[in-house]
Design a protein around this ligand. Structure first.
Ligand code: SF4
Length: 75
């Protein structure tokens, strides 16, 4: 498993998001330094573009990401 290519600029990884979850270190290990392709933020960024990543989207919110992606893809 590899580090996410977004580590440096990512607000989640750099603790810049409001209401950081208590489990953020676990998410960082599992997503940011692990399976980043399963991260909700990464998924939205890769499929519909960085400008569509909600400021408050956390890595584990995959369902929310999928809904958002579907909405954007349907225009
Ligand atoms: S895995 Fe997600 S939260 Fe972590 S650095 Fe990449 S885009 Fe950011």
């Amino acid at each position: 498993m590899a580090d996410c290519p977004m580590l440096t600029g990512c607000p989640f990884f750099n603790d810049k998001m409001k209401n950081m979850p208590a489990t953020s270190n676990i998410y960082k290990r599992n997503y940011c330094r692990g399976e980043h392709t399963k991260c909700a933020r990464f998924m939205v960024r890769q499929t519909v573009g960085p400008e569509h990543v909600p400021a408050d989207l956390f890595p584990n919110q995959r369902e929310r990401a999928e809904t958002l992606i579907k909405e954007k893809e349907q225009g």
